[in-house]
Design a protein around this ligand. Structure first.
Ligand code: ATP
Length: 510
């Protein structure tokens, strides 16, 4: 990705790369061959201590250069053994690029935490110069740049088939499915301590509030009538069911032919669903098993999937406000799963076709077939498990290391946010090469100041572009290649709330 040295410039080594740069009293220019990866490269080299810190002296302080459509200001703080990179304001994107992390008191516990955690925020990246932070070489960069293509090559992403079902990816599946690990990696810092605050554990012998016999299920679905079929997923077929009291439910029937392999997923879904209760999560109502039938009964959500609505299949185009509300609902649902359920729950398959919409276009996250309980011990940073999820939404770090944390959901959410804004699927193979990987295409447009290009052309309204830019910026933050650089889901929700306020203000000032 990085080529150099430049004519008349300098260069240094970073793993296998030679990093070229030019510097003058007032400029600092990296030379890379790919605009998209340039910022990632910069962050990567800094994170790995590959910048030539030794030659970094006072004279290097406060030098800047417009770069990637942004203005980076480098400041060496040799006393603190650290370097900061500040993104300066650019016209038109002032708010977006405002520093969001206050480093004024680096001696505070939070300051120390930042110093040691290698935190990147929108406005400032503050990195210790210690090389102990070294992250496995170019893999990180590859994840940022190549990984979307990597996924696309393996599976036609238009099909959006779950990886677990994708034979091409079976090689990626770790033999150790459930081995919890307490191994720490230098980049893993957010420990998840589950709070029992909203524990809603059912009786062990009674899952859900609705106990139906198989015969009642057959009656409710008119013997699994095709006319009541709502859809089909990897684990089974979903039917609309009408109970004797007239209430409507969704009934998911496991496919018999895959029953043996699906048993785990089904029971995982049932166990996890039974423990959660949130308005933006599809509620488990009951579970029935008899012989080779496994039936999950959930709340019926009547208005189709988010993906269908983005495609305009229901004859209705979601307006910007509805899209923002949907993003907020999903963020809240995931925050609940990560923080407030009895155990930390990682959904692992956040995508537009797993977001169901109510009649008033509020979102409910569904499909817990891949969901896993997250780390349970305080010093446990991740669990090691098979890679499961859907091509295009998969966290590259999880794909590479098999280490699962709630940040994998954050990555998928970032991809989903771009999907919500653009209407495009994460990978669209029928488009020209530059536009196939939606996150990359969006990032290019964003950096080129062409925010409006990213907006779904089906949206027939004038949306304040600063609001769109903020949402995009948040999406890219979520989809950072390494989990340490992603926000927590709770923070994502908080930022979306702020964006909603801005959006409201922008409407009032029109
Ligand atoms: N609770 C529900 N209410 C209404 N419709 C539902 C409900 N659950 C699922 N559906 C419909 O059934 C379809 C299949 O759902 P399911 O969760 O089994 O699979 P999927 O998420 O589409 O695919 P996969 O499981 O392979 O990722 C959904 O796309 C949706 O249209």
């Amino acid at each position: 990705v990085v080529v150099g040295p430049l004519a008349g410039g300098l260069s240094w080594s970073c793993d296998d790369d030679r990093v070229g740069y030019l510097r003058s009293p007032d400029s600092f220019l990296f030379f890379v061959d790919d605009r998209v990866s340039a910022c990632e490269a910069l962050v990567f080299y800094m994170a790995n201590g590959c910048l030539d810190f030794e030659s970094l002296s006072e004279e290097w302080g406060n030098i800047g250069r417009e770069y990637c459509g942004r203005q980076f200001k480098f400041s060496a703080d040799l006393d603190r053994d650290a370097i900061s990179v500040e993104v300066l304001h650019m016209s038109g994107r002032k708010l977006l690029l405002q520093p969001q992390v206050d480093f004024s008191n680096m001696d505070s516990p939070r300051g120390k935490q930042l110093l040691h955690e290698e935190v990147k925020d929108h406005g400032i990246i503050f990195l210790p110069k210690s090389k102990s932070l070294a992250i496995p070489g170019m893999l990180l960069l590859c994840c940022a740049v190549i990984c979307p293509c990597f996924r696309a090559k393996r599976k036609d992403p238009i099909v959006q088939t779950s990886l677990d079902k994708d034979l091409n990816l079976s090689k990626l599946v770790s033999p150790s499915d459930v081995s919890a690990s307490t191994n720490k990696t230098p980049t893993t810092t957010h420990k998840v301590v589950p709070s029992p605050r909203f524990s809603l554990s059912p009786q062990p012998n009674k899952i859900g509030s609705l106990q139906l016999t198989i015969n009642q299920v057959i009656k409710a679905t008119q013997n699994f009538s095709p006319s009541l079929k709502l859809g089909e997923g990897g684990f089974g077929t979903v039917y609309k069911g009408v109970l004797h009291d007239g209430s409507v439910v969704a009934i998911k029937r496991a496919k018999k032919e895959h029953f043996a392999t699906l048993r785990d997923e089904f029971s995982s879904e049932v166990e996890l669903l039974a423990k959660i209760e949130h308005r933006s999560l599809v509620k488990l109502l009951g579970y029935t098993e008899k012989g080779k039938e496994r039936i999950v009964i959930t709340e019926y959500v009547p208005n189709g999937t988010l993906r269908e609505h983005l495609d305009g299949l229901n004859g209705h185009i979601l307006d910007f406000n509805q899209r923002l509300e949907i993003a907020i609902d999903v963020a809240h649902a995931l925050t609940y799963l990560h923080l407030y359920a009895e155990k930390t729950i990682i959904h692992r398959d956040v995508k537009a076709s797993n977001i169901l919409l109510t009649e008033s276009f509020r979102a409910k996250v569904s499909d817990f077939g891949f969901a896993r309980a997250g780390p349970t011990e305080v010093d446990q940073t991740h669990i090691s498990t098979k890679v499961k999820g859907t091509a295009g939404y998969l966290d590259p770090e999880y794909l590479r290391t098999y280490q699962l944390t709630p940040k994998s959901d954050v990555f998928s959410f970032g991809i989903l946010l771009i999907e919500i804004l653009s209407g495009r699927r994460p990978v669209e193979m029928k488009r020209c090469f530059e536009e196939r990987i939606t996150v990359r295409w969006a990032f290019n447009n964003f950096n080129g100041g062409r925010v409006s290009e990213v907006l779904d052309p089906k949206l027939h309204e004038d949306v304040n572009l600063e609001v769109v830019a903020k949402m995009l910026s948040l999406a890219f933050h979520c989809a950072a290649p390494t989990r340490a650089n992603r926000p927590l889901m709770k923070e994502v929700g908080e930022q979306l709330w702020e964006i909603r306020k801005d959006f409201g203000r922008s409407l009032r000032s029109e």
